[in-house]
Design a protein around this ligand. Sequence first.
Ligand code: LMR
Length: 398
Amino acid sequence: MLTNLKPQAADALLALIKLHDADPRCDKIDVGVGVYRTGQGDTPVFAAIKAAERRLLESQTSKAYLGPEGDMGFVHALMPHIFGRADPTRGGRIDGMQTPGGTGAVRLALAIAKRAGVKRVWMGTPSWPNHAQIIADLGLELKGFAHAKPDGTADLAALLAALDEAGAEDAVLLHGCCHNPTGIDYAPAQWDAIAPALQASGVLPLIDLAYQGLGQGMEEDAYGTRRVLAAVPEAIIAYSCDKNFGLYRDRVGAVYVMTGAADALPVALANGHALARANWSMPPDHGAAAVRIILEDAALTRQWLDELDTMRARMLQVRARLGAAGMAGKLDLAPLATQNGLFSIVPLSGPQILALREAHGIYMAGSGRINIAGLTMGNIDKFIAALAEVGAEAPVAG
Ligand code: LMR
C-alpha cells in the first residue's frame, strides 16, 4: 500500500532553513523563515518567558491531562490583549481554546468553518503558503483575490469586489496584521470599510492574527480584528503566541469563536474540542502555561511588552534603513519602510533569488519574501549591495 504514495516536494520555507545551515560561508544572510533575530543575529528566549518558566518549574504539581481545550487560564488571559479590555467576550459571545501553535489555530478555524457549512474560502494572494495547503487538505475550494496593489498598498477594491461576489457557504481568510508575506496591511480607514462590507456580505470572517505587537503595537495591531468583530455577528480568530512570545518550537496558539448569540457558543466550541480530539487530542502545555504566568502577573506582563517593544523598534530601524537606500539596481526599496512586521517582498525573479543565494549567501523564500529581522546593522549594507548587483541587469519579475 505504502508504495502508492506520491513523492512530496519538501516545504520550501522549511527546506531553506536546512540549505542555510549547510552553507559554510561566515557572512551568509538568512532572510528566510519568519523567526525574529536580534541585532546580533540571535533568537533568544524572552527574559519574561525564562522567569515564567522558573516559576512554572517550582509551582507545577502535575502534568495530568487538561483536555482538548488546553489551558483555559491562558486562553482567557490573552483575551483583553486581543479583543480589548472593555468587554473582551462581547457579552459572552467570544470564547476560545488552546491550539498547537498558529498553524493548529488556522487548521481548527478552517475545520470548524467547514463543519458549519463553509465550502469555499476567499483569500488575498499572495498569502502564507500554508494557508492554501490547509484549505486544500480540508477539501475546501480556494478563491483568490489580489491582496496588494503595485504601489505597495493594500488592494481594498479587490477585497470588496470579492465580498460582493461571495455568498452563502463562503468564508474569507484575512490577516489581522503584519501580512505574511507582503508586510502590507489594510490601513485603519480600510478596515472601517471592510467591516460593514463583511457584515453586508454574510461571509464568515476568519482572521489569522499571528504577529500582534510586531507591527505598530499591541493595540494598533488589533484594530482590524476589533473593527470587524464590532460589525459582524460571527467570526473565528486564529491566534499565535509563537512570534510575539518567541515560543516557536513550543507551539503556542489559540482559536477564538464569536457566535451571533451567547447560547450558540458552547456548541461551536464543542465542535472545536471534538476536532482537536480527533487531530492532536490535547495541545502541548508548557509554552501556554508560561504565557499564562506572564499575563497573570503585572510585572512580567510589563517586561514582556518591553521586550516586544524592543523587537518592534529594531525592525522599524531595519525598515527605515532599507527604505532610505531607495533604489537597489532596478529595485525600489522605499516601500519597505512603510510596511509592517517581519516580512516584505522584494520583487525578484527566480534566477535573481538563486543568484543571491549562490553568489552572496543570501537565503530568501522563492516568492522574494524577506525576513526583515534577518538583517542587522552589520549585514544590511552587504544585502543592499547584493540586491543592487542582481537587480541591475536581469529583468525584474513583478
Ligand atoms: C513563516 O512564514 O516563515 C513562519 O510562519 C513559519 C512557518 O511556519 O511558515
